[in-house]
Write a protein that binds this ligand. Sequence first.
Ligand SMILES: Cc1ncc(COP(=O)(O)O)c(C=O)c1O
Length: 319
Amino acid sequence: MTTDPETGSLTTHDAEDDARNRDIRIYVNGEIVHRDDAKVSVYDSGFMLGDGMWEGLRLYDGHWAFFDDHMDRFFNSCKAVSLDVGMDRAGILDALTRTAAANGMTTDVHCRLMLTRGVKVKPFQHPSLSRSGPTLVIIMEHSKPADGLAARGIRLATVPQVRGLPNSQDAKFNSHSKLNCVIACLQAEQAGADEGLMLDPHGFVNTTNACNFFIVRRGEVWTSSGDYCMNGVTRAKVIDLCRDNGIPVFEKNYSLYEAYGADEAFLTGTFGAQTPVAEIDGKPIGSGDRPVMARIRDLYKDLIRQDIAAQAVRAAGPA
Ligand SMILES: Cc1ncc(COP(=O)(O)O)c(C=O)c1O
């Protein structure tokens, strides 16, 4: 999505425009075709019901950052809904590698890996009607998060749509159906903000419609208990980095009272890493100085470098 010229609206997924994306090649069940020819059936379970799982990944110097963490979540999600991936993680890596090669991509790339329950024989819900085997689609785009985000920061609005209990639709599922998040995003837009800040069923601050949410108070980093939000790979890395580098970090319940009064607030996600929050419900957050987030961002960049270097060593094999 691009910046709205009228409202100046930004999203955490704004990227610099890149003309090369008009001609990318997309993986559809083993075939790699021009984006104009990349199609799935109207009977596909993903189109019909949102019955599928996906992962967002980033490519740096020819390697997918935190690949194993993404695959742990992806395979766990698919297993939890009896969705047979049809290949192991080496097969997924091979499909990713082929798609990147077909596009001549090595770095500054964002990928959406999507798996659905496949094509149905009738337009009804029952999973047994999906008989084609799964549909696997991989979209890779040249992508650098837009500079405006880091400079201006995102504006959040608290929205009426809440995160659900795990016994309705567990928020840990990165499912094709994102209607809960889409409704939250629409509500935020209607309130004149960029993205929605979502509460949990008890009224505690939880997460945004597309990213995980952190605040900084008196040098401490706080994020939700994790009970109602996406188990974000970036969220977990930030928590680990804080623990390993002497930054006090807490996964806990807190309310808007503490969020409005925070010194800093930021979002995390694979696409944008750490994105500063400028205001919540029209209230500016802190003074605009973000020393803790800046430190975390540097630590996170280092962690990616280490992960990519380790993958390069593994790929090269024994000396
Ligand atoms: C609702 C929501 N929260 C958070 C995230 C961030 O997760 P990650 O850090 O694994 O990209 C995502 C990404 O898909 C998401 O959809």
